[in-house]
Design a protein around this ligand. Structure first.
Ligand code: ADP
Ligand code: ASP
Ligand code: MG
Length: 411
């Protein structure tokens, strides 16, 4: 008898028909003798609808009240799914995050889970009931409702699975696994049978929204077997797992991309100690996260400094930079909110040379100008103009033959 945590995303519970379908799947798992905990998202579009509703009243809603509002989306689905399970004769009980006691810190809208009290859940499971838990939400030490950031139900599922020491955490969604890249952009993308925690973490951090970053972090840290599967078709999905020697033979596992990027440049600042701090200090103090940074020293003893931020923060960052520029007597400040980031990810990069040059050659052949580059042990990222996103991703997918199954023994 296994203990399985299943998470169903927004599309999977998008209407009453689909909720009934999910109930059938859950009941079938239980009928095989397994104990099942289900974590659900809000019905698709609901979180966006609630956000828009809040913004129609307050352009920048108070974070505490926003969380009270956003958490209602998931409360609707836990009740509907429990009713659906009941209707087909499968005893079930629903819980909000606060009822379970999914304890978080107090960072409204992006809270981090501190602990999950599994006492009550265990009792239900022992009594033969399916437990249905609201994803994306928790409660802080003062009893205030919090949410975990967009896509946060994945993290709820993994945290519950870790706390219950579940045998597997299954993430059911509208694709049948993790693909070499987003199949909506590259139809030739191929489902991966396995991907390492490390690679999945990079993919998620670099823009692949199939799993929330924190869920992968959590799964790696607490050793939770994690699988991504389709709600709508049977199959093995993709297992997120530890690295084995076979996996190194594959050069590139996937391509991630992010449209949420913007770039800012300050030109002609004095090249002296403390300048980077004077430029980025105010940005950091404003809680704006900086991603890539490039600094170039010119012949005249001044330096140019370029960095990227989330596109939502562009206007604010530009304003701050203009102030810094005046202080530093910089020659110029410029910015571009129409850039994107494309990244190659793979643990095989550690043991294969020439991947970067092949990437640059491929982009050059397509006439795509690279504006920034950054690398780490298992990824290479480039910043390019927004209009080249699809072309770039498709060209790279083809150049690295990601549509082809690797040779036997290689992943
Ligand atoms: P859910 O609502 O079930 O949480 P999401 O929309 O959050 O679903 O995640 C699934 C989507 O992630 C897919 O529809 C797909 O377009 C997108 N996606 C992005 N990158 C990938 C990838 N590498 N593999 C699979 N899906 C991806
Ligand atoms: N409903 C939340 C969102 O849309 C959480 C989730 O679906 O995982 O982001
Ligand atoms: Mg999601």
């Amino acid at each position: 008898m296994a203990l399985i945590v299943q998470k169903y995303g927004g599309t999977s519970v998008g209407d009453p028909q689909r909720i009934l379908h999910v109930a059938e799947k859950v009941a079938a798992q239980r009928a095989r003798g397994d104990r099942v905990v289900v974590v659900v998202s809000a019905m698709s579009g609901e979180t966006d609808r609630l956000l828009a509703l809040a913004r129609s009243i307050a352009p920048r809603p108070d974070p505490r009240e926003l969380d009270v509002l956003l958490a209602t989306g998931e409360q609707v689905t836990i009740a509907l799914l429990s009713l659906a399970l009941d209707r087909i004769g499968c005893p079930a009980r629903s819980y909000t995050g606060a009822q379970v006691q999914i304890l978080t810190d107090s960072a409204f809208n992006k809270a981090r889970i501190r602990g999950v009290d599994v006492e009550r859940l265990r009792g239900d499971l022992e009594a033969g009931r399916v437990v249905v838990v609201a994803g994306f939400q928790g409660v802080d030490g003062d009893g205030r409702i919090t949410t975990l950031g967009r896509g946060g139900s994945d993290t709820t599922a993994v945290a519950v699975a870790a706390a219950l020491k579940a045998d597997e955490c299954q993430i059911y969604t509208d694709v049948d696994g993790v693909y070499t890249t987003d199949p909506r952009v590259v139809p030739q993308a191929r489902r991966l049978q396995r991907i390492t925690f490390e690679e999945m973490l990079e993919m998620a951090s670099l823009g692949s929204k199939v799993l929330q970053i924190r869920s992968v972090e959590f799964a790696g840290k607490y050793n939770v077997p994690l699988r991504v599967l389709s709600t709508f078709q049977d199959g093995e999905g993709t297992l997120i797992t530890y690295e084995d020697p076979d996996m190194e033979e594959v050069q590139i596992s996937g391509i991630a991309f992010s449209r949420d990027e913007a770039k800012l440049t300050i030109v002609g600042v004095p090249d002296e100690p403390g300048v980077a701090y004077r430029i980025l200090g105010p940005i950091g103090e404003a809680n704006i996260e900086v991603d890539m940074i490039v600094q170039n020293v010119g012949a005249d003893g001044t330096t140019d400094f370029t960095f990227t931020v989330h596109r939502n923060e562009y206007e604010r960052a530009l304003e701050l930079l203009q102030r810094v520029a005046a202080d530093l007597r910089a020659r110029d400040v410029s910015g571009d909110p129409h850039i994107v980031k494309i990244s190659l990810v793979g643990v095989g990069m550690r043991s294969h040379a020439g991947i970067a040059s092949r990437m640059f050659q491929t982009l050059a052949r397509e006439g795509i100008n690279i504006r920034m580059i950054s690398t780490s042990e298992i990824k290479i990222s480039v910043v390019v103009d927004e209009k080249y996103l699809e072309l770039g991703v498709r060209a790279l997918h083809e150049a690295f033959e990601l549509d082809r199954e690797p040779a036997a023994g290689a992943g």
